[in-house]
Design a protein around this ligand. Structure first.
Ligand code: FA5
Ligand code: MG
Length: 417
């Protein structure tokens, strides 16, 4: 449950998560540390900043899309199981079999058939198939990624999907009689649209999508927020964009969006509609909103951090006040990579996280070289350890660092120098 109680177990032959058993195979790369984050459900903890931002977003969507019945137009799912199938996370939304985003080095696989979802888009197809036209999915997602102040292996997304029929797209009766959603004649894909869509339908949908998103960020940050659209590519939308907002003078990507690929709708039994979708990162928005300087702070249980967000009103104008900064400890680690190896830095980052957890602030590759005589590569990484709520002594850091060295030698078969 959401109180941090353990809801997983790891045995040599299987991982048990939320009552389901996933046999271990050569694809398994989850570890107890990452599994422990699935118990936290930060977006469901009333006083977590991510929950405040989530409530503001849901509020906005309810107001923006008023319903003609007594229940809201958009259904909200915020407690779907983060363990999903490869089919859900990739195939159902047309991610090609050889796409780099499927790599073992980028995801947490339970086994060759299941993984911790890498995005909330995993649930698009099944929810459409269940008959829904408008829904939000809020959830924790997992990626093996870099380690710094804006990246954590577990983060949170909000997904929105809106499917429209002819009369939702063209609200005017007379216009709806004249125009169509789908091409009947020539079918070509252009940078502007998919082969089956009419230019008119795509223009209307794009305008509705972009207007909704600009209003959303204005709802969060005020009318003066600076934004820009960047054209991009997703296998599940076309055309596609990212929205960036200005954050302390730099452009910060906060979401991806686009016109949904028609075959996703067709496969899910909604081929007569056209859809838009977006997926946003809750941490990025909350960091800007509350001036939270480090992504690890969302996971803090330190009272000095938690107390600042203990308000019932999600619109309370909170500015995060740094709990006095405790000093960092820097430790370097150098090792020879195994010969003819499949070593990847992602494996090492993950190992450091699995041992040091939230005490790891940053890991960076500071030196690499090839030794001709030995015919081996050497890597040197700098690890910054820092406790967010008390001083971490160098002795304490050394204990963690020694455990990292041991585990690297044992699990990654590197030779510590
Ligand atoms: C996606 O995950 C797409 N599924 C989004 C989407 C949905 C596109 C529906 C079209 C239609 P992307 O990998 O860019 O895209 O992630 C979306 C957002 O999640 C990013 O803009 C960012 O705000 C957030 N995000 C991504 N990676 C991280 C990370 N490591 N840490 C924190 N936030 C992240
Ligand atoms: Mg992106």
């Amino acid at each position: 449950n959401g109180n941090g109680d353990v809801n997983f177990a790891v045995t040599p032959t299987a991982t048990i998560l939320n009552g389901k058993t996933y046999p271990v195979d050569e694809y398994t790369n989850v570890n107890p540390k990452i599994l422990s984050y699935t118990c936290r459900k930060l977006h469901l903890q009333k006083y977590n900043p991510l929950c405040h931002v989530k409530r503001r977003i849901i509020d906005f969507i309810y107001k923006e899309f008023p319903s003609r019945t007594r229940s809201p137009l958009f259904s909200v799912f915020d407690d779907l199981d983060p363990a999903v199938s490869v089919e859900q996370n990739f195939d159902s939304i047309l991610i090609p079999k050889d796409h780099p985003s499927r790599k073992k080095s980028d995801n947490y696989y339970l086994n060759n058939n299941h993984l911790l979802r890498a995005h909330t888009s995993s649930h698009q197809a099944e929810l459409i198939r269940s008959g829904l036209n408008n829904f939000l999915v809020v959830g924790d997602v997992y990626r093996r990624d870099e380690i710094d102040k804006t990246h954590f292996p577990a983060f949170h997304q909000v997904e929105a999907v809106r499917l429209c029929g002819l009369h939702d797209v063209f609200r005017d009766e007379n216009i709806a009689r004249e125009l169509k959603l789908f091409e009947t004649g020539k079918c070509v894909r252009t940078p502007e649209k998919q082969e089956t869509h009419t230019v008119d339908a795509v223009m209307m949908m794009t305008s509705a999508l972009k207007t909704t998103l600009i209003k959303l960020v204005q709802h969060l940050f005020g009318k003066d927020v600076e934004t820009r659209w960047v054209e991009t590519f997703f296998p599940f939308t076309h055309p596609s964009w990212e929205l960036e907002v200005n954050y302390n003078g730099e452009w910060l990507e906060v979401l991806g969006c686009g016109i949904m690929e028609q075959s996703i709708l067709q496969n899910a039994g909604a081929g007569d509609k056209i859809g838009w979708a977006f997926g946003l990162g809750l941490e990025r928005l909350a960091m800007k909103l509350y001036q939270i300087p480090d992504i690890r702070l969302f996971w803090s249980v330190d009272s000095g951090v938690v107390h600042q967000f203990k308000v019932d009103d999600p619109y309370a104008p909170i500015i995060y006040k740094p709990v006095s900064q405790y000093p960092p400890c820097k430790n370097d680690i150098s090792f020879w990579l195994p010969e003819n190896s499949t070593f990847s830095s992602a494996d090492f980052y993950d190992l450091v996280r699995s041992i040091g957890g939230e005490l790891v602030e940053q890991v960076s590759l500071v030196d690499e070289f090839y030794h001709k005589k030995k015919q081996r590569w050497s890597h040197c990484y700098r690890i910054i350890y820092r406790d967010m709520s008390k001083t971490l002594t160098q002795e304490e850091a050394n204990v963690i660092h020694a455990a990292v060295e041991q585990a690297a030698a044992k699990n990654l078969r590197v030779d510590i120098r």
